[in-house]
Design a protein around this ligand. Structure first.
Ligand SMILES: *[C@@H]1O[C@H](CO)[C@@H](O)[C@H](O)[C@H]1NC(C)=O
Length: 423
């Protein structure tokens, strides 16, 4: 198998890693957030078989939807407050700059295919909710389908039993229970302890739901044999989101961006924050101005981190020369790559603050491989205790901003994961 996985651990602040393969100009290339190995393989098979970048992206993201990668792509995962699973997906053609996307789509499991139908058969860019479902079904996709699974139902039931904690609300009553919620009165707000600021300006306290396992996106870029660029994303959004919430997944320029003249970018993480900064648009525009992918990726992440030190997220960038790089903040990030020049070895690198920004040492890459071999399309352990990171990042005087309550049962997993990754 010729597949390269690059791992990041963001311990203290934003990190970036660049990766020049010395195979400039050789296509196709597939780059994807996370070790979604089967998805990358599917996209690779399509691109290597002569499919267009758009079709290869659809094959790759579809594979992830079918496999329910990580439980956060495709049906059966990430229940919202009502226990329902919905789909967000986007596709972008870097040749024509056409985009098709669906958001909060109910009852249809084929997110990326629905997005492609929007791009190919309408003059619109984004369809939402039940109307997106009706469109997708009318255009031939299977449905209506129950997108819940016994796992998603169980997760949701536990969350309800836990008083609907944690959740994405703020400045509401009741704070400790399930809804219906009401806005806190102004008097409550001024008394409230929750508003804190730092040197960079006002920062909202973030719930622990952000990041870690609650919402990960496949964001994939393909450069096909003709050198054409496309990107696509698929996700079922944030777990326990307020119904109706749309994150960065279906937003062009945020979760993904492609331009044939420059290259492509994919992003994942805290979409509610990231979509305010259009990080992938920023990455592509920085590369257009001449920045290397590594710098462009790091710059896009640090623009967000300066204003939201608590955010977790990552971007991966690839330019038209096939040079790829990633940058992350606040969590462990991994991305995978396949191109024609890779030998038949799965390379895994473990990036820490000591070696960040340097070329991966192949020996180190092999060491990493031992620990993560089992990864076949499902993301393994990700992340590590964000509480610790933020302590380190933000200094001791910002204590009140660091109150991150982990979703029930996750804390231990994350800690173990951290130890595992650190060995
Ligand atoms: C959908 O599937 C879930 C899990 O199997 C089940 O609990 C739920 O009742 C189903 N909903 C409907 C409307 O059939």
């Amino acid at each position: 198998m010729s597949l390269k996985l690059v791992f990041f651990i963001c311990f203290l602040s934003s990190l970036a890693l660049g990766y020049a393969d010395g195979n400039s100009g050789k296509y196709p290339i597939v780059v994807s957030t996370w070790p979604f190995v089967e998805a990358v393989r599917a996209a690779w098979r399509a691109a290597d078989g002569g499919f267009s970048a758009v079709d290869a992206v659809v094959e790759g993201c579809s594979a992830c939807e079918e496999l329910r990668c990580d439980g956060t792509v495709g049906p059966g995962g990430s229940p919202d407050e009502n226990g329902e699973t919905t789909m967000d997906a986007l596709i972008m053609n870097g040749v024509t700059m056409e985009v098709g996307a669906v958001a909060a789509m109910r009852y249809v499991k084929d997110g990326i295919r629905a997005a492609r139908l929007v791009m190919q058969h309408t003059q619109h860019t984004l369809l939402v909710g039940e109307k997106a479902s009706a469109f997708a079904i009318a255009m031939g996709l299977p449905g209506p389908t129950n997108l819940s699974s016994s796992e998603s139902m169980e997760k949701w039931t536990k969350w309800k039993e836990n008083g609907c904690q944690p959740n994405f609300w703020k400045n509401i009553v009741p704070q400790d229970g399930c809804g219906p919620y009401h806005p806190k009165s102004n008097a409550d707000l001024t008394e409230g302890e929750c508003f804190s600021s730092n040197l960079m300006g006002v920062v909202e306290p973030r719930s622990s739901l952000v990041g870690l396992h609650s919402h990960d996106t496949i964001s994939m870029a393909v450069i096909d044999k003709m050198g054409h660029v496309a990107v696509g994303t698929s996700t079922n959004g944030a777990t326990f989101k307020i119904p109706g919430r749309v994150g960065d997944g279906p937003i062009a320029g945020s979760s993904a961006y492609a331009d044939d003249e420059v290259g492509a970018c994919g992003a994942t993480g805290d979409g509610d924050i990231m979509m305010r900064f259009l990080p992938c648009y920023q990455v592509v525009e920085s590369m257009r101005q001449g920045m290397e992918p590594k710098l462009a990726a790091k710059d896009a992440i640090s623009r967000i981190a300066r204003r939201f030190p608590d955010f977790v997220g990552a971007v991966v960038a690839v330019n038209k020369n096939g040079v790829h790089a990633g940058a992350c903040h606040g969590w462990t990030f991994q991305y995978s790559v396949r191109n024609p020049d890779m030998d038949d070895v799965e390379d895994l690198g473990l990036i820490t603050e000591d070696n960040v920004g340097q070329e991966l040492d192949p020996n180190m890459a092999k060491m990493g491989q031992e620990d993560h071999k089992g990864n076949t399309g499902q993301k393994g352990h990700l992340g590590h205790p964000i509480e610790e990171e933020n302590m380190a990042t933000m200094g001791q005087d910002d204590q009140q901003m660091k109150q991150l309550d982990h979703p029930p049962g996750q804390e231990e997993t994350e800690s173990n994961c951290c130890q595992e990754m650190g060995q």
